[in-house]
Design a protein. Structure first.
Length: 370
């Protein structure tokens, strides 16, 4: 009998994902070549729910990671978990089912059976470390628009972003940056990370009024509002490079993603704040690569460690912290020149067991003070 990982690798290499999805009752199956994942609808339940064609995402790689936006299928979330949920089987029974379905020999072995149970339990303990919302994210909460929502804006790059930030024309085209004369704002369209290239969920407007703070004008304003917590800006555009490099740099602002792209670094995404939401954590775990937290210099080390702790034991996670005093007080690592950024990146800190102990120590000290 194959080990769990060998079974997953066999399914991936033999191209059996779609066959398995069909066999367990999923429908409306579609492969997204640019993102290398399958989307499909759930098997209908007793309430008749099961018509959402993008409710499930299964990644076409050796881990077979799975996200089910409308149902709680259990953790760790992968294709085997989905099989168990749909067929009402235990983890071990799901493995047996897949062997039979794929025409593979399954030979009972008590030592292997015990190992399978361990495989079931240990990842479950790891994933409990990821904080989850009680209310599950429903993909129907995300309204998708086509490219017509940006047609009213002029497809030009504002001179301030060229002179002050070095943002280039090829980046403007890649991210569809524009300008609104009516609102006097740079237009930043937001693509949905898990959608197609022309799937948009909102528009951010960045003011070009110099004295905006004195005039009480918001620096950033949603021209078409959306839930930032359900998306990561730049993941749609930078997906391919992130997969090739096997790491993802997590910034606070959308502009930093654009600046890094203009410097030929397509590994960035933006949170839209310095607090990763539960859904953003889930997305970053799902893309299956190393994570590098690159928050602004004014964010405390304790808070950065807090963000890193959300991935501890699940993904390799690092952070950039300017102990060399190379950045301004409000700078992001991504604001810096390539020379400085590359130096900081080279000396990034891995959030390991030692770092985690420091983080927990600070928490305990804080509780004692209270």
């Amino acid at each position: 009998m194959m080990t769990i990982q060998e079974l997953k690798e066999y399914i991936y290499k033999e191209g059996k994902i779609e066959f398995i999805l069909e066999s367990i009752g999923c429908h409306s199956i579609k492969y997204h070549q640019n993102k290398k994942y399958y989307s499909c609808a759930n098997i209908p339940n007793q309430d008749g729910d099961g018509d959402n064609k993008t409710a499930i995402n299964v990644y076409n790689d050796e881990n077979l990671g799975c996200i089910n936006y409308t149902r709680n299928i259990g953790k760790p979330a992968d294709l085997i978990t989905l099989v168990g949920y749909n067929m009402n089987l235990s983890f071990v029974e799901s493995v047996k089912y897949l062997h039979k379905l794929l025409g593979l020999k399954y030979q009972y072995n008590s030592r292997q059976e015990s190992k399978d149970k361990t495989d079931k339990i240990d990842p479950l303990e790891i994933f409990k470390k990821v904080k989850r919302k009680r209310n599950k994210v429903n993909i129907n909460d995300i309204e998708i628009y086509d490219s017509s929502i940006i047609e009213e804006y002029e497809p030009v790059l504002h001179i301030d972003w060229v002179r002050e930030d070095g943002i280039t024309e090829f980046t403007r085209k890649k991210f569809n940056i524009g300008y609104s004369h009516k609102h006097k704002r740079i237009v930043i369209p937001v693509r949905y990370w898990a959608g197609e290239e022309d799937d948009y969920i909102g528009i951010i407007g960045r003011t070009t009024v110099k004295s905006y703070d004195l005039l009480d004008i918001p620096k950033y304003y949603p021209l078409k509002a959306y839930k930032k917590s359900l998306n990561l800006y730049g993941l749609q555009e930078n997906w391919k490079t992130i997969q090739e490099k096997r790491y993802c740099c997590v910034y606070e602002s959308e502009k930093v993603v654009l600046k890094r792209h203009s410097r030929l670094d397509g590994t960035g995404v933006a949170v839209g704040s310095h607090n990763l939401s539960d859904e953003q954590v889930k997305i970053l775990i799902g893309i299956n690569c190393d994570i590098v937290v690159c928050y602004d210099k004014d964010v405390s080390l304790q808070h950065i460690r807090s963000e890193c702790s959300k991935f501890y034991g699940i993904r390799n996670v690092y952070y950039i912290y300017d102990k060399y005093d190379l950045m301004g007080k409000k700078d992001s690592p991504g604001d810096m020149s390539n020379k400085i950024f590359n130096y900081l990146f080279k000396h990034k800190i891995k959030y390991d067991e030692k770092e985690h102990r420091e983080y927990l120590k600070e928490i305990n000290n804080g509780k004692k003070k209270l």
